[in-house]
Design a protein around this ligand. Sequence first.
Ligand SMILES: [Zn+2]
Ligand SMILES: [Zn+2]
Length: 326
Amino acid sequence: MAVKFGRYRWLGYLIVVLTMVVIGIPALIVRGCSWESREPVKEDGVQLKLQISEKEIISLPLEQYLIGVVAAEMPVSFHEEALKAQAVAARTYSLLRLVREEEDDQHPDAHLCADPTHCQAWISNEEMRKRWGWNYRLHYQKISSAVLSTAGKVLTYEGQLIDPVYHSSCGGRGTEDAKEVWGHEVPYLKSAACSYDAPEKQKPVNTQISLQELFTKLKISDQSIAVAAGSDLIEIQERTESGRVKRVKVGSQTFSGVELRKRLGLRSTDFKVSCTGEKVLFSTRGYGHAVGMCQYGADGLAQRGANYDQILSHYYQGTKLKTIPD
Ligand SMILES: [Zn+2]
Ligand SMILES: [Zn+2]
């Protein structure tokens, strides 16, 4: 009997070992791979509805959404303090959309959409995987820690959420006063010095278009072309305090720098222009409307030792960081 019992005991050990191999180890591996869930995104916090395509709306926690926004709006190679500044700006904008009372005409059933020309850019985890390949895990953790370490933090001016507009690069000229772009004063969107953009972002970029294209896009009539004959076709008449084009004359018509940029699809309103024969050459610096936070400048400031709070108060003057209640 003793011999038999001994045999069964070995069988018991064998079963335990096999169970560990078949169930335990794969379970550990699966747990080990679910690293995304180690980042504590609160499922019971603020939830929002996001229009991700014409027909699809998803519901997700605010902080989870912000990971997708920061991943889409800023290069992951940026300094973590710049990513945190972006996270706070994106969170403030999102909450501004959530708390407003009227519906959005473009997406009445969702708070926000993933179209950067309307709301903010946003990408899914699948898109991040595609973009980052083998670096997905590393990059995801960098972005999510920037978002989650600033969880709940928003920017306010006199106790109200601000409209934290931002742009890619001011080109090293400093940011623009909101009044020059949208025609009205915004106390926290004044011109701020910014010589921190990466050197390659401060170089001029040339774009050449044909005279015909210029006339078509500006809807310039034959008459005004005739008026312009013999004189300089394009004349920059006034620049803003930051040095960008405020008013420009093309033929006999006058445009604001903002309007000209929009119609011709120029990178910025910081440009020089010259005409040679049938071609017009625009030499632009920077990219975007130049108001609010300069993203490349934020990275440059972070590289120089600024933290996200200092970056935000540099570009959004007179604002205060606040933490929203859970
Ligand atoms: Zn939208
Ligand atoms: Zn800048």
